[in-house]
Design a protein around this ligand. Structure first.
Ligand SMILES: Nc1ncnc2c1ncn2[C@@H]1O[C@H](COP(=O)(O)OP(=O)(O)OP(=O)(O)O)[C@@H](O)[C@H]1O
Ligand SMILES: O=C(O)C1=C[C@@H](O)[C@@H](O)[C@H](O)C1
Ligand SMILES: [Mg+2]
Length: 168
């Protein structure tokens, strides 16, 4: 069964997801990358041409595809938590882990220019966090703290994953 990593933009989903997949010998899927590959467009371009709703439809389609990849580690986009349908897919098919990195830490590192929802303003991270924290935290299966060393978060992920053996 897939492991889904959820969390804010810049919380470490891709970096940790790739490392977790390596450690477990599983396939790694980054949904944002899948969407860009399949559509042949960058995410900012999709937002520009199809609007956020258009992007969200492609995101659900990519999630559905990833949910069929047994044993994959799937890093989701930061907004996956916005659609009830996405929760249903993740809840029905896998283990949902919330990568919990404090917004203050994210705001320090993030490049707002590459993220349509931040509109060039890194402080929008705090608005997003306020709007989404309850969803991320309340609806995941397990919270993975990522407030300090990323290596520590990775070790937590590995042990949580091993406690929930994935069906092959
Ligand atoms: N605990 C940590 N300490 C220091 N840097 C970290 C930590 N966790 C993540 N990072 C760094 O934060 C940046 C964002 O990480 P990453 O790209 O994995 O986030 P993401 O959740 O995939 O974001 P998005 O998909 O929205 O771009 C990377 O440079 C990563 O190395
Ligand atoms: O937080 C969000 O809503 C987003 C996060 C990114 O991963 C991308 O999926 C896209 O930029 C939207
Ligand atoms: Mg990512």
């Amino acid at each position: 069964m897939p492991i889904y990593l959820t969390g804010m933009p810049g919380s470490g989903k891709t970096v940790l997801g790739r490392a977790l997949a390596d450690r477990l010998g599983r396939v790694f899927i980054d949904l944002d990358e899948e969407i860009e590959k399949t559509s042949g467009r960058s995410i900012p371009k999709i937002f520009e041409e199809d609007g956020e709703d258009g992007f969200r439809a492609l995101e659900t389609e990519a999630l559905r595809g990833a949910s069929e990849r047994t044993g994959a580690v799937v890093s989701t986009g930061g907004g996956i938590v916005l659609r009830e349908e996405n929760w249903r897919i993740m809840d029905d098919t896998g283990l949902v882990l919330f990568i919990d990195r404090p917004p203050e830490r994210i705001a320090k590192d993030v490049n707002p220019g590459h993220r349509p929802l931040l509109q060039g303003d890194r402080n929008k991270i705090f608005d997003l966090y306020r709007a989404r924290e309850t969803l991320y935290r309340g609806r995941c299966h397990i919270v993975i703290p990522n407030a300090g060393d990323a290596q520590v978060a990775l070790e937590t992920l590995v042990s949580v994953a091993l406690e929930h053996p994935m069906r092959l």
